[in-house]
Design a binder for this molecule. Structure first.
Ligand code: NAD
Length: 463
């Protein structure tokens, strides 16, 4: 682990499984409570000097970006080993993390003089919060860690990062690599099970919890942060609808729709998780998606010709299998795929489910895997009502040849990001977050940076 700028070994360890084999590939440190205390203390000690030197922070973030660009393949291999995604995607994730660091290195820290007259000068500035506890999930371990630490560090905070126990290795490596460019204590990386996350949220030192994960855990985090009013940003689950309008060309949009649903094997918070297709086009939409699914190359992410790796972990693999089997038992038709692939590891066929409706768990819940239900609708208002009729509100998309009409419908979606004729288009400058149970606050852009600051008013009397 990285604590106070030094490599620290834990007394206990836990196994990290390669999802392509189902076997333990490495062991990761299981931090003790004392080690978490040490990480928090180191972060607190590093804070005063770090927050004062903005130029040094920008320089360090740029240097961090360069390190990730230079070592993207090496870190990408670690990511593939523990997460399962193909090496090209893993390497791109590391490069993406570098792009985010670079963006934040150059982002202006907003401040505004709101009054300057004979009597007073009043300035509104954004000050850092102190120590930030960052907790991340297993689908994009490296990128989502950097979504937190780049803006947190730019704003002048120091960070204690805890990755998911399913994917700790890439974050451990990140801590190790960045020791070269960040002062001791500015970024600490600790690993362990879920209890370590709970210890962090209840810990007295952090003033902010930046959390990405499931709705259920997000609610626990919010409750744990409440007693001492820690600030929270919660990036939680989604159940994104894609609504196809009656003027859509199924063949023309199929590849993009499929990509929006199956990127990272469907293990994306804001992937398309249910498709609503008009009755007249229903058969064509199902066929076009099924064709995409059948052509997808699934296998060990270390192999060059592979597009989709295994599901990341056994509980998730079992859950996806259960949701698909339950839908089929309830009358759904697997137009492509439909079950696990018979080989070691957590491989599952890219699955398109037809003749399925709201009320089935695979439609109502977040499946977070390579199985996509396609639902028939006859009335657009009814489709919108069904799309909005859940506790989720992360993102959604509307697809049609008349893009203006599609944009009007998209504005009716109750979610943080509404895409038109695309899905999963994200950038460092574009705020991203969910409404309803999908989250609190946003990440990215100036708005994301605000989340790692408090407003301070500097009111100077001139009289
Ligand atoms: P999870 O909630 O099980 O775990 C997320 C992290 O929280 C892990 O590091 C875990 O160890 C930690 N944790 C567990 N219990 C905790 C507790 N009581 N207190 C503090 N931390 C605790 O989620 P997951 O299964 O790793 O990730 C999948 C979920 O994440 C999906 O629902 C997905 O939609 C969501 N997600 C959301 C976004 C987003 O930006 N909105 C991005 C990626 C993933």
């Amino acid at each position: 682990m990285t604590i106070g700028g030094a490599a620290v070994r834990a007394t206990g360890t836990f196994g990290v499984i390669n999802p392509a084999t189902g076997e333990v590939a490495e062991r990761a440190p299981d931090a003790s409570r004392d080690q978490l205390d040490a990480a928090m203390t180191a972060a607190r000690a590093a804070y005063p000097a770090w927050r004062r030197d903005e130029a040094a922070r920008r320089e360090a973030l740029l240097a961090a970006a360069d390190l990730l660009f230079a070592r993207s393949e090496e870190i990408g291999r670690i990511l593939t080993l523990e997460q399962g995604k193909p090496l090209t995607d893993a390497t791109m994730e590391v490069v993406g993390a570098g792009v985010w660091l670079k963006y934040f290195a150059g982002l202006e820290l907003p401040g505004e003089v709101i009054r300057d007259d004979a009597d007073a000068r009043v300035e509104v500035v954004r000050r850092p919060m102190g120590v930030v506890a960052a907790i991340t999930p297993w689908n994009y371990p490296l990128l989502l860690a950097v979504w937190k630490l780049a803006p947190a560090l730019l704003a002048g905070n120091t960070v204690v990062l805890k990755p998911s126990p399913f994917t700790p290795l890439s974050s451990l490596k990140l801590g190790e690599v960045l020791r070269g460019v960040l002062p001791p204590g500015v970024l600490n990386v600790v690993t362990g099970g879920d209890r370590l996350g709970a210890w962090m949220t209840a810990h007295e030192v952090p003033r902010k919890i930046s959390f990405t994960g499931s709705v259920a855990t997000g609610k626990r985090v919010a409750a744990a942060a409440a007693p001492d009013l820690k600030r929270v940003t919660l990036e939680l689950g989604g159940n994104d609808p894609a609504i196809l309008l009656d003027d859509v060309d199924p063949g023309a949009v199929a590849a993009r729709l499929f990509g929006g649903a199956f990127q990272n094997n469907g293990q994306v918070c804001s992937a398309i998780k249910r498709v609503y297709a008009p009755e007249a086009l229903y058969g064509d939409v199902v066929d076009a998606l099924a064709e995409q699914a059948r052509a997808a190359r699934v296998g060990d992410g270390m192999r060059e010709d592979v597009q989709y790796g295994p599901i990341n972990n056994r509980p998730q693999y079992e859950r996806v299998g259960e949701l698909v089997a339950e839908a089929v038992a309830g009358g759904a038709r697997a137009a492509a795929g439909g079950g696990p692939i018979d080989r070691p590891g957590y491989f599952f066929e890219p699955t398109i489910l037809a003749d399925v409706a709201d009320g089935a768990r695979i439609v109502d819940e977040e499946q977070f895997g390579p199985a996509l239900p396609v639902i028939k609708y006859t009335d657009l208002d009814e489709a919108l009502a069904r799309a909005n009729g859940t506790h989720f509100g992360l993102s959604g998309s509307v697809w049609g040849t008349d893009a203006d009409r599609a944009a009007e419908v998209a504005a009716e979606l109750e979610c943080g990001t509404a895409w038109v004729n695309t899905h999963l288009a994200l950038s460092p400058s574009q705020p991203f977050g969910g409404i309803k149970w999908s989250g609190v606050g946003v990440e990215n852009g100036t708005w994301g940076l605000y989340g790692f600051t408090e407003i301070q008013v500097i009111h100077r009397s001139k009289t």
